[in-house]
Design a protein around this ligand. Structure first.
Ligand SMILES: C[S@@+](CC[C@H](N)C(=O)[O-])C[C@H]1O[C@@H](n2cnc3c(N)ncnc32)[C@H](O)[C@@H]1O
Length: 340
């Protein structure tokens, strides 16, 4: 029932269906153009998260990201370890002021602030997610040390040189331009301090002339609210152009003993992630269908579930063919000498 009542986020319930229509029309399979997605990125991404957030929370939990996986770990354990890894790479120490760029409903923010005794500000452009995040921060007891800021990461209303560390988890892929986004992060970071991220990218194995590859990329874009998935090499170049010294970078998918996409793979069964399995997904599908039919879930809910399902399949395909990664990791420093 929580899922049904929150589908659509801040969108009026009677307008969910037309929001789905508008959202789909941004994308290639509905005749949409990359340029239009880029110039309207804020509207497109906000519509996507209003429509998809409750499904994410229902199926995945409070952290909306993938993780490297080890044998014997539950998905939740892997997700937390992935977050701890970021905190360790950034060398976070108690009392530091940290910025989480594109923070979702704050799952990583709560974990990282408790893990490292830091104060984390979550920046997010989606009002519904911030409302949800504030409530979850209060319940977790981190509302005194952590906060949220509703803003666009392409133009942050934050002073220069104000954070001891910045991280972004599977969020800056929504930026219409990587350089513009990294440059803003660079500006708000104190000199000598670090930025770390997990980026969604196409890998070197992606062939832009291969139609199957193109289809996988387009389905991931529509299913995940993305304007255009960049290559790892493009992200690396944009970081350097923004002024960062890159300490190290790697596609961590290649180090994962268990594939990152396993929870979405229909051939996989897990009791601890039951809602993501074929049976669990079928159950949710029928539940949403029934709730939409009796008017408890807004009209258009099933269509949202449809594009999320298609995205899940393309993510698995992209992962299996190693043409896509959700964990291109980098650790980059703003030079000590640069104080803007
Ligand atoms: C896949 S979610 C990841 C959320 C979070 N990092 C996590 O791992 O749980 C991407 C997030 O980026 C945010 N986002 C996308 N575009 C944004 C923008 N232009 N400015 C600020 N946040 C943005 C979305 O609202 C969403 O919260």
């Amino acid at each position: 029932m929580d899922l049904a009542s929150s589908i659509g986020g801040k969108i009026q319930k009677g307008e969910v269906l037309s929001a789905v229509d508008k959202y789909e029309k941004y994308h290639v399979s509905y005749g949409g153009q990359e340029e239009e997605r880029k110039s309207n990125y804020s509207d497109m991404v906000n519509k996507y998260y209003d429509l998809a957030t409750s499904f994410y929370e229902f199926g995945w939990g409070e952290s909306f990201h993938f993780a490297t996986r080890w044998v014997g770990e539950s998905l939740k354990e892997s997700i937390k370890r992935h977050e701890h890894f970021l905190a360790l790479q950034l060398g976070l120490t108690p009392g530091q002021k940290v910025l989480d760029v594109g923070c979702g409903i704050g799952g990583p923010l709560r974990e990282i602030s408790r893990f490292s005794s830091t104060s984390v500000t979550g920046l997010n452009n989606n009002e519904y997610q911030i409302t949800r995040g504030k409530e979850l921060n209060r319940l977790a007891g981190v509302d005194k040390t952590c906060n949220f800021l509703k803003a666009d990461f392409m133009k942050m209303p934050l002073p220069d040189n104000s954070f001891d560390a910045v991280y972004a988890i599977e969020a800056t892929c929504h930026a219409p331009d990587a350089y513009g986004c990294y440059k803003e992060i660079y500006r708000v970071l104190k000199p000598g301090q670090c930025f770390a991220a997990y980026e969604w990218c196409m890998t070197d194995s992606f062939d832009p002339n291969n139609q199957e590859h193109q289809k996988i990329k387009a389905e991931i874009e529509i299913g995940d609210g993305l304007p255009d998935i960049r290559l790892t090499t493009e992200c690396l170049e944009a970081l350097k152009q923004a002024g960062f010294e890159v300490i190290w970078e790697k596609d961590l998918a290649s180090d994962s003993p268990v594939p990152w996409y396993l929870p979405l793979d229909k051939s996989h069964f897990s009791l601890s992630s039951f809602r993501l399995t074929t049976v669990g997904r079928l159950f949710t599908r029928n539940l949403v269908k029934a709730l939409e039919f009796v008017g408890l879930a807004p009209k258009g809910s099933q269509r949202v579930q449809d594009f999320l399902e298609r995205a899940a399949e393309s993510l698995v395909e992209g992962g299996k063919r190693e043409i896509f990664t959700p964990m291109y990791f980098f650790l980059a420093r703003k030079p000590e000498s640069d104080s803007n």
